[in-house]
Design a protein around this ligand. Structure first.
Ligand SMILES: Nc1ncnc2c1ncn2[C@@H]1O[C@H](COP(=O)(O)OP(=O)(O)OP(=O)(O)O)[C@@H](O)[C@H]1O
Length: 638
């Protein structure tokens, strides 16, 4: 089918140039508009598959205004603008475009961006239908299981979580007579661990007497009208509905989505989803619930037994019906809202073929997330090949990625298979993608789009079937604004972004991580550390963790090495966590001298051990072979 494209551009010459490019490539141009008003008139009359959109147009309204309308009516669009400064990009980004082309452009930039937009559209469509299908099947399935109503509710909540993230749900039932409310709360305790909360337990938690509770509830109970409350709307609804205010304050919640289902027997069941994450609920969440309405209205009566809700005691302990988190994410420790939402995202995207861009500061666990994505994908029997783009020698990078033929250049004595071919059928993990040389970014983009690579000196392209996961600790939009990163590559990679927050934003994970690292390293080192003293933990919690989880792990490893009589000493932490004040040191050392001194200090700490767990190489975060060659080069002697 020929895609129908609308051009919204106020410069006549540019608009006609675009039209020629598109028509030559076989696209149908359904119109050219020079203002938002004119574009809206065409959109009303014509079916349009894609809009090419300039930012500054005739009239008061800009392309960004039209973009908001296009978002609503779900028509993909690509910006074409001469303005690529950070501010414009930020505003454009908030409208979720499918691409951004900077003027002046070449014909192939336009065509490539349309290909990328098509890729993104197919992905979001597949993701939407697969989540709808999954939830439909799940609801039917769980309704037929012979489980208690409590277990069924928890199973359903847990299935909803990746698609409609929440920290708390209020389930309200209104029976046929319209009078009696049945209410129950669902709390998230951990990944795939939920607890049910009865009204009396909620009263206990909030120190309210039944009269006080009844007063609040009678004033205005939890609402049942379908609505999304985010930002100011959430603040306002808290003021007008005291029950919402109480719930939000009790669990530090910041957004709410309400959806009611009308059962065949006349009962109504309403779901009020709450999240700690601000602005999290969007129209897409409501649409997913609406698409499930028919199934839910038929099946909910077999899942939630309103007669029993409120009449029976609920489980106090978190219930756990699905396989425990350990089997899925055993390498990722943490139960902060921030890390749980990362795990939810992994769960959604892992089984698909979608490209993922992982962002986060150094040492936040980007590589661990990439490993989980691969492990939970259908490609897990094939390799995941990791490439650190920052560590590749500039002149060899192309050959390392794509391979070369024998004799392709001086020194190419044998044919060499590149990382892309090595990862065929599996996943390629491009770490530190922001460091990839600009020229090579075009080749990478071509490889991704055309699904084929060319070895240096090769005569024919080689087909590769890969899933790409990229990671960066750079702000890629800033790199784009500085002209160091390709905008089109960014759009191709950033199909499903996962941001990992730094450790200081999820300090609640520190005790769990500390316990995990103490157990992991004490065992290998052969020391018994039965517990973590509270003063040691307090000290860890006070620190601001500029180096994230990697730094936490190293500091704990070093405290274990220094511990005597099986007791971790908070004073040992001082050593590791002290930060030099910025500024010039008294004595200016060469880089080599500095490196030499640092290695000597770490070797002394590890009693001269280079390799293995607890060895200097591990503490320094380099392979033992690298450290050995540095020791030799820097002439470090025992
Ligand atoms: N949630 C976690 N649970 C347990 N270990 C973790 C977690 N996150 C990270 N780690 C550990 O912390 C260390 C650093 O993680 P990782 O290498 O994945 O970080 P990164 O973000 O890729 O760093 P960089 O940007 O420097 O490449 C690793 O040893 C990893 O196993």
């Amino acid at each position: 089918m020929t895609e129908k494209i609308l051009i919204v551009e106020d410069e006549f010459i540019v608009a006609h140039d675009l039209q020629m490019i598109l028509q030559r490539a076989g696209y149908q141009v359904v119109g050219i508009a020079d203002s938002v008003k004119q574009a809206e008139a065409i959109l009303e009359k014509q079916a349009v598959d894609l809009v090419l959109l300039d930012i500054y147009l005739k009239g008061r309204l800009t392309g960004i205004d039209l973009a908001r309308h296009l978002m609503k009516i779900q028509i993909p669009f690509i910006y074409i603008s001469a303005n690529s400064n950070e501010k414009v990009l930020e505003a454009a980004k908030s409208t979720s475009p499918y691409g951004f082309i900077v003027k002046p452009y070449r014909d192939r930039d336009i065509l490539l961006s349309i290909d990328i937009a098509r890729y993104r559209k197919e992905n979001s469509h597949n993701m939407k239908t697969s989540s709808e299908r999954f939830m439909q099947d799940f609801i039917v399935d769980i309704s037929m299981k012979s489980l208690t109503w409590q277990k069924k509710i928890i199973a359903m909540a847990s299935a909803f979580q990746p698609y409609i993230p929440f920290d708390f749900i209020v389930l309200s039932g209104i029976e046929k007579d319209g009078k009696r409310y049945r209410e129950i709360g669902i709390t998230r305790e951990n990944f795939d661990q939920y607890g049910l909360l009865s009204v009396s337990e909620f009263m206990e938690l909030t120190h309210l007497s039944s009269t006080q509770y009844a007063n609040i509830n009678q004033l205005l109970p939890e609402t049942t009208t379908d609505c999304i409350y985010i930002g100011d709307d959430f603040e306002n609804v808290k003021k007008s509905v005291p029950m919402k205010n109480l719930i939000a304050n009790t669990y530090q919640l910041n957004a709410n989505l309400v959806k009611t289902f009308y059962l065949e027997n006349g009962d109504q069941i309403s779901f009020s989803f709450y999240s700690r994450t601000q602005n999290i609920y969007q129209q897409a969440h409501m649409e997913l619930l609406s698409s499930l309405s028919a199934t839910l209205e038929k099946k909910l009566a077999h899942i939630i037994d309103l007669e029993k809700v409120g009449a029976e005691p609920v489980n106090k302990k978190p219930d756990n019906i699905l396989p425990p988190a350990k089997t899925e994410f055993e390498n990722i420790i943490g139960k902060s809202t921030a890390i749980l939402s990362v795990l939810d995202k992994i769960k959604i995207v892992a089984p698909t073929n979608t490209s993922v861009l992982i962002t986060g500061e150094s040492g936040t666990g980007k590589e661990e997330i990439a490993k989980s994505l691969h492990r939970l994908s259908q490609r897990n029997t094939k390799p995941m090949v990791a490439v650190n783009c920052a560590a590749l020698p500039f002149d060899l990078i192309e050959s390392i990625l794509f391979g070369h033929e024998k004799g392709a250049f001086t020194g190419a004595v044998n044919t060499r298979i590149g990382k892309f071919e090595e990862a065929n059928g599996g996943t390629i993990f491009l770490d530190e993608i922001g460091e990839m040389p600009f020229d090579l970014q075009a080749k990478l983009l071509r490889a991704l789009q055309e699904k084929e690579i060319e070895r240096i000196g090769g005569k024919q392209p080689i087909a590769v079937d890969l899933r790409i996961i990229a990671a960066t600790n750079l702000h890629l939009e800033k790199e784009i604004a500085k002209g160091r990163f390709r905008l089109d590559l960014f759009y191709r990679l950033n199909v499903f972004p996962i941001h990992i927050p730094p450790l200081w934003q999820r300090k609640t994970d520190i005790p769990l991580l500390a316990e995990y690292f103490v157990n992991k390293h004490a065992k290998v080192i052969g020391k018994s550390i039965p517990s973590i003293p509270s003063d040691f933990l307090d000290r860890l919690l006070q620190y601001d963790w500029p180096g994230n989880i990697r730094e936490l792990e190293h500091i704990i490893l070093r405290s274990i090495l220094l511990a005597s009589n099986g007791k971790l000493n908070p004073n040992d932490l001082e050593l590791g966590m002290k930060h030099e004040e910025p500024g010039l040191p008294h004595e200016i050392k060469t880089i080599n001298d500095n490196e030499r001194d640092h290695i000597i200090r770490v070797l002394a700490l590890c009693k001269g051990r280079v390799a293995g767990s607890g060895g200097a190489a591990e503490l320094l975060g380099v392979p033992a072979t690298t450290l050995n060659s540095k020791i030799k080069k820097l002439d470090i002697k025992r």
